[in-house]
Design a protein around this ligand. Structure first.
Ligand SMILES: Cc1cc2nc3c(=O)[nH]c(=O)nc-3n(C[C@H](O)[C@H](O)[C@H](O)COP(=O)(O)OP(=O)(O)OC[C@H]3O[C@@H](n4cnc5c(N)ncnc54)[C@H](O)[C@@H]3O)c2cc1C
Length: 365
């Protein structure tokens, strides 16, 4: 009879953003796997432009079918008094649009979903919908995921890989000598990592401003006919994150002053209530009234991908006449948090299919 340690499979997950951590946990908690995460940046590291997950909002406004699984999981996590109390905030969200898109099909399962009457629309909107959802505070959430992974017995290895084969052939201290499979959750890194170099992956730059505005307890987005997209989302600590920059192929790594003013003007137009109540009592507020409320500015590069998220398997040479599966799970653009558990489950399915059959699983399209 084989001992359990001999049947347990060694999996290396590359990447410790929200996608890598969630995927590693899904694999661990299925049972039968020993999981090592190797990454250049972990949530415990300082914020850097090379790690997108720290910069997200993050709110949940579903778009993909897989987002539903994440919503269900995080809805439970966001329960008042639960283990993630202090990280999640449930709130009322209003989605306004003038781009002709009707999101009912992918949003109508969200609690208290209804359309907003025309006389309650914000300036610039032609339609609107409202529902209950949540925000989470990314640094706290990511560290909670890492803690869960380590408590489950996972191993973390800090290293920047130059080629995916470095995860296969050993040589990096802490990695298993002969892993059974690799799972690549490398976000924008997929464009550069040798052996993958996926040129369909590109940055979509975002710039955010955190305002201390505890009097705003709701969130709003406006998707304009001209492609503009402004949003504000409240956080559990009384801060409100605002943004409105979504520019493809812009690698600029720090906040720009003109982007800050563009965002402040856009969000003030859809939510004048961001300005302090005592100012609004006296006059119409301007963006100068928001500047003293700024507590942080940041910018992040969303990992966009032509064709959407890559969820598929390939086989990599792992020695004489031997190959191992590499499951890809990257390219989540502006949805990595809300797609995280759903895409982690799909990646686990691909992994198990490949290990069981010795053949690639069915890609997700
Ligand atoms: C301003 C902004 C607002 C956003 N708001 C939301 C929101 O409200 N809701 C939402 O769902 N999403 C939001 N997003 C999107 C979300 O942040 C991303 O989709 C998500 O963070 C992507 O996660 P990831 O794990 O794929 O990538 P990352 O977080 O970038 O992680 C990639 C990991 O791979 C590692 N890696 C890469 N290459 C290598 C290598 N060669 N060797 C070793 N390690 C490597 C990195 O070190 C890192 O650990 C927002 C993004 C931005 C910028």
């Amino acid at each position: 009879m084989q001992r359990e340690s001999e049947t347990t499979k060694d999996i290396v997950v590359i990447g410790a953003g929200v996608v890598g951590l969630s995927t590693a946990i899904r694999i661990q908690e299925k049972g039968g796997y020993r999981v090592t995460i190797v990454a250049e940046t972990f949530p415990t590291d300082p914020k850097t432009i090379r790690y997108t997950s720290h910069w997200a909002g993050a709110h949940h406004v579903s778009i993909l079918e897989m987002d539903k699984e994440t919503f269900e999981t995080m809805w439970t996590d966001s329960k008042h008094g639960g283990p993630l109390h202090g990280c999640f905030l449930r709130y009322n969200h209003s989605e306004y649009r003038s781009d002709g898109v009707d999101p009912t099909e992918w949003l109508d399962y969200m609690p208290e979903f209804r359309s907003i009457p025309n006389d309650e629309l914000v300036p610039g909107a032609t339609r609107g919908w409202t529902f209950t959802t949540f925000t989470l505070y990314p640094p706290a959430y990511l560290n909670w995921l890492l803690d869960r992974f380590l408590t489950n017995g996972g191993t973390m290895v800090h290293a920047q890989l130059q080629h995916v084969s470095q995860a296969v052939h050993g040589g990096i201290s802490g990695l298993p000598q002969k892993p059974d499979a690799i799972v690549a959750c490398i976000g924008l890194g997929a464009r550069f990592l040798g052996g993958i170099e996926d040129k369909k992956v590109y940055p979509i730059r975002g710039q955010t401003i955190t305002l201390k505005a505890p009097w705003v307890k709701y969130g709003r987005t406006l998707s304009g006919a001209d492609g503009s997209y402004f949003y504000l989302m409240p956080r559990v600590n009384g801060d409100v994150l605002v943004g409105g920059i979504r520019v493809a192929d812009d690698w600029f790594p720090v906040p720009r002053a003109q982007d800050r003013d563009y965002v402040l003007a856009g969000v003030l137009a859809i939510c004048p209530e961001l300005a302090p109540p005592e100012i609004r009592a006296k006059r119409v507020p301007t963006i100068d009234d928001l500047r003293p409320l700024i507590v942080e500015e940041g910018c992040g590069l969303r990992p966009g991908r032509i064709g959407g998220i890559r969820l598929e398997t390939e086989w990599l040479e792992a020695g004489p006449q031997s190959e191992i599966p590499v499951v890809y799970n990257y390219g989540h653009a502006g949805m990595g948090f809300q797609s995280s558990w759903g895409s982690a489950s799909l990646a686990l399915g691909l992994l198990e299919e490949a290990l069981a059959s010795g053949k690639p699983g069915t890609p997700y399209h």
